[in-house]
Design a protein around this ligand. Structure first.
Ligand SMILES: [Zn+2]
Ligand SMILES: [Zn+2]
Length: 292
């Protein structure tokens, strides 16, 4: 049976290829990177040389899977036409970069309806998703991420993401499951029964075959806390036992678990410099215990 890759979000500052070296330094088996600075609309121009170097370095590494994460400014539910077009453009760019570097796909926070409800903005969001997939042809997956659930963010309930996937009906549109967001949204994934309930709901709404990748983050918030606060593996409310439970479930075989954790505080980095080697090692240990 297939295993699970333990990976991490890494910086690519200094050129997209620099991500490979940073990943190797923390023994990551998979990586996630931003296509450009996440808080800016300005796109990074990845030169053909930088992309060739990325391919070369990756070929000589143990990195088995590469993901991009879209910039944070995008909101496909935005009322403002200009902001919506900028959002669409950023996702097209992210998918195009994913295709160029041979990544599996792009993770996207679909957006926020700011309390209007998903029904009100679903036609706009689905139209945007269709346009994006058409403007960025290829095989790279667009993975919508589940959300912790505050501020009208789309994707707290799996049913919301499922509705978007069903309406768009494109096999390239899939889902990224973030463990911290799911837990904060009220899915009790740290307990075997709670995990089973969550995955049954996921399967009915989205289809387990559309689970593309996992964000492995512990949660500073309690179950159902509705806020997105990542914690280092084992130090939050999901905990070591919770991650062992998740990692042991057959639904996750063959997937990459990507860390987006703050990192263990050190003298040089009192707030942590994560995802760091210690978190990668913690999750690998839990994986090895879970899978025997
Ligand atoms: Zn995430
Ligand atoms: Zn988060």
């Amino acid at each position: 049976m297939e295993g699970i890759r333990i990976g991490a979000h890494v910086s690519s500052s200094g050129g997209i290829f620099t991500a490979i070296e940073r990943a190797q330094a923390i023994e990551a088996e998979a990586i996630q990177i931003f296509p450009s600075a996440p808080q800016q609309w300005r796109k990074t121009n990845h030169t053909p040389e930088a992309i060739a170097k990325f391919h070369d370095l990756r070929a000589g590494s143990d990195i088995g899977d590469v993901w991009l994460h879209n910039i944070y400014l995008a909101n496909l539910a935005n009322d403002d036409a200009e902001q919506l077009e900028k959002s669409v453009d950023s996702v097209v760019n992210g998918l195009t970069v994913a295709e160029a570097i041979g990544a599996s796909g792009l993770v996207l926070h679909t957006g926020s309806h700011k309390g209007k409800g998903l029904d009100a903005c679903q036609p706009q969001v689905c139209d945007a998703l269709e346009r994006i997939l058409e403007a960025a042809p290829g095989t790279a997956i667009l993975a919508l991420e589940n959300a912790a659930g505050h501020g009208g963010v789309i994707g707290k309930e799996f049913a919301e993401l499922g509705a978007l996937l069903k309406t768009v009906g494109n096999p390239r549109l899939q889902v990224c499951l973030d463990t911290c967001h799911a837990f904060a949204a009220g899915y009790n994934i740290r307990e075997p029964e709670g995990l089973e309930i969550a995955l049954t709901e996921f399967d009915e709404a989205i289809g387990l075959e559309n689970l593309a990748v996992v964000h492995a983050n512990d949660s500073k918030m309690e179950l159902g806390g509705l806020r997105d606060r990542h914690e280092n593996i084992g130090d939050g409310h999901i905990g070591d036992d919770g991650f062992r439970t998740v990692l042991a479930h057959p639904a996750f075989r063959g997937k990459s678990f990507l860390l987006e954790v703050p990192g263990i505080p050190t003298e040089a980095h009192p707030k942590g410099d994560g995802p760091d080697l210690e978190n990668v090692r913690r999750l690998k240990r839990l994986r090895d215990e879970a899978l025997g």
